[in-house]
Design a binder for this molecule. Sequence first.
Ligand code: GTP
Length: 234
Amino acid sequence: MKPVYKRILLKISGEALAGEQGFGLDFDTVVRICESVRKCADMGVEIGIVVGGGNFWRGRSHDKMDRARADHMGMLATVINSLALADGLEQLGVPVRVQTGIAMQEIAEPYIRNKAVRHMEKGRVVVFGCGTGNPFFSTDTAAALRAAEIDADIIFKATNVDGVYDSDPKKNPNAKKFDTLSYLDVLNNGLQVMDSTAASLCMDNNISILVFNLNDPDNIVRAAAGEQAGTIVK
Ligand code: GTP
């Protein structure tokens, strides 16, 4: 397959790494996802990855804790996931570097934008840990920020639904899937593609978001070849 993008920012939810068990890491699932990332890299696509942390911890849902501290814990969860992805990719022979938005230099490189770009130019996958490095921001916002910084052609939001619907398809059998949406559709209608901070950042920087299902990880490869159906926000 021939890629239609030069550089992508892949956003993977933490839950996607948990597999059937729904919590923590299922390494077979991690490796399956990494295999698809490898196929994209083999096609010559430059890849940055932002991963969530919801398989371990969700900052925003802990209303008994200080939000900033709960978010710090969530950022640490993204580092666990980033290291797991790096390990999976390395096992498959894919060169990879992890960079974190909060310095923890004994474990990973600190996030340095130019260095991340250089790694990608050399064919290395770069996994960005710690979200944006700030509390109160989601990892979707981190994906939008890193995509803007590294000048990615598109964000692939690989999730557990095959696109964006006008209502919850699990509850409403008549829910309608959108093929294309504008950023303003997302912002005005509160569609659950990404939070408003992330959507505004994408809008202001003209970054498209392709939302598709990760149940079959090869959808990432199809998306890179321009073949994947889902919902595109642009
Ligand atoms: P080039 O500059 O293109 O050679 O990139 P490189 O990443 O191969 O070279 P570098 O010497 O910077 O890094 C070698 C290894 O050390 C890589 O696995 C890096 O991820 C790792 N590394 C570099 N800087 C740090 C750091 O600050 N902390 C940690 N934990 N690892 C680092």
